[in-house]
Design a protein around this ligand. Structure first.
Ligand code: NAP
Length: 347
């Protein structure tokens, strides 16, 4: 077994890590950290558990410790579910010793830090060697993208592998859990929609092109088509919905787009990694799907569901679709776990 710690274990994403790692065949949770508010308490006492599943028995009595590398030992990998400001400070400290698989945005765009979706760009893990050399660390940091970026990029990858994309417009309808436990006050979101999520549009535009780029001589050259994002918070608990418009350079037909998504498989599927869904993208023909409540848990939350795939006759070579992805599973904790499973398998 590989011993793992969770940084920010009491929060929205931290709880998902615990749920997903309960009974994991390879990873065994041995350390939980959070803020000074929680440190010193039993996990059960420190945490307001809000998932549908019960808190696993084995974590209840684990003592939560400060998020400080000196407070943990006997760990190989730490999963980070920390707010970005804290992550920026402590992830480099943990990486001196440990493998850090992070959800936080703090280090995603640093030149020597791999930003990875295992089905999309596993080759970016080659940056690890450069990172360790640059920084003199025994461990390293690997990051997964923003939650809405992961879902969008998984659907663009199979298309981009075969055809030339000219531009993408995406309009998101994002769940409240994406903002963290204390993120969106109920007075702001019930009976409402908030058409602004700080920094989200930039992340979606920049990270998508970064993920679909090429790694050449240790440098990522981002993909060069246009991505334009509008992000909105909606009164849904879990599951981000995204309305996607895609214009192609080539004259291709709807069936080719659909087939590329349906047949898409990546390295995690080839390696049969524990958390890998059989199909990363599921395409539905039902006219009123996908919907977050019904589709977010597809393949235990690890597949993105695409529906309403259709031609857009207003423009040449253009298509539209709607996707749903589980933001705290495929978009966060599940993404980091899949990264760690891949690293554990191939490094
Ligand atoms: P959250 O619910 O607010 O949880 C934050 C966690 O960090 C809690 O465990 C909290 O511990 C801990 N923490 C707060 N301040 C700290 C400090 N000063 N020192 C040490 N620990 C501290 O946030 P979240 O939604 O889980 O998000 C965690 C990270 O994942 C963020 O970087 C977020 O951007 C990213 N992310 C989230 C999603 C999502 O869908 N939610 C998706 C992708 C990425 P206490 O309980 O002790 O305060």
């Amino acid at each position: 077994m590989v011993n793992v710690g969770i940084l920010g274990a009491t929060g929205m994403v931290g709880q998902r890590f615990i749920e997903l790692l309960d009974k994991h065949p390879t990873f065994d949770i041995t350390a939980l950290t959070a803020s000074a508010r929680s440190a010193g308490k039993r996990y059960e006492d420190a945490t307001t558990w809000f998932l549908d599943t019960k808190m696993p028995e084995f974590v209840k009595d684990i003592e939560v410790v400060d998020t400080d590398p000196g407070k943990i030992s006997d760990v190989d990998i730490v999963f980070s579910a920390l707010p970005p400001g804290i992550a920026a400070k402590v992830e480099p400290e943990f990486a001196q010793t440990y493998i850090v698989a992070s959800n936080a945005s703090a280090m995603r765009m640093e030149d020597d830090v791999p930003l990875v979706i295992p089905e999309v760009n596993p080759e970016y893990l080659d940056l690890i060697e450069i990172q360790q050399k640059n920084r003199g660390w025994d461990g390293f940091v690997v990051t997964n993208p923003n939650c809405s970026t992961i879902a969008l990029t998984l659907t663009l990858k199979p298309i981009y592998d075969q055809f030339d994309i000219k531009r993408v417009y995406v309009s998101t309808m994002q769940a409240v859990s994406g903002a963290g436990y204390d993120g969106v006050p109920s007075m702001a979101i019930v009976d409402n929609l908030v058409p602004f999520i700080p920094d989200e549009e930039d992340k979606l535009e920049i990270e998508t092109l970064h993920l679909l780029g090429d790694l050449e001589d240790g440098v990522v050259n981002p993909a060069s088509f246009g991505v334009s994002a509008s992000c909105h918070r909606v009164a849904v608990l879990d599951g981000h919905t995204e309305a996607v418009f895609i214009e192609m350079e080539d004259d291709i037909n709807l069936e080719e787009i659909k087939t590329s998504m349906t047949e898409f498989r990546g390295l995690p599927q080839k390696l049969d990694l524990h958390s890998a869904p059989q199909k990363p993208v599921l395409v539905t023909n039902e006219e009123n799907r996908p919907q977050p409540r019904m589709d977010r848990n597809a393949s235990d939350g690890m597949s993105v569901v695409v529906g309403r795939l259709r031609e857009d006759f207003a423009f040449e070579n253009s298509f539209r679709y709607v996707l749903v992805g589980h933001n705290t599973i495929r978009g966060a904790a599940g993404a980091s776990i899949l990264n760690a499973e891949l690293i554990n398998e191939i490094l």
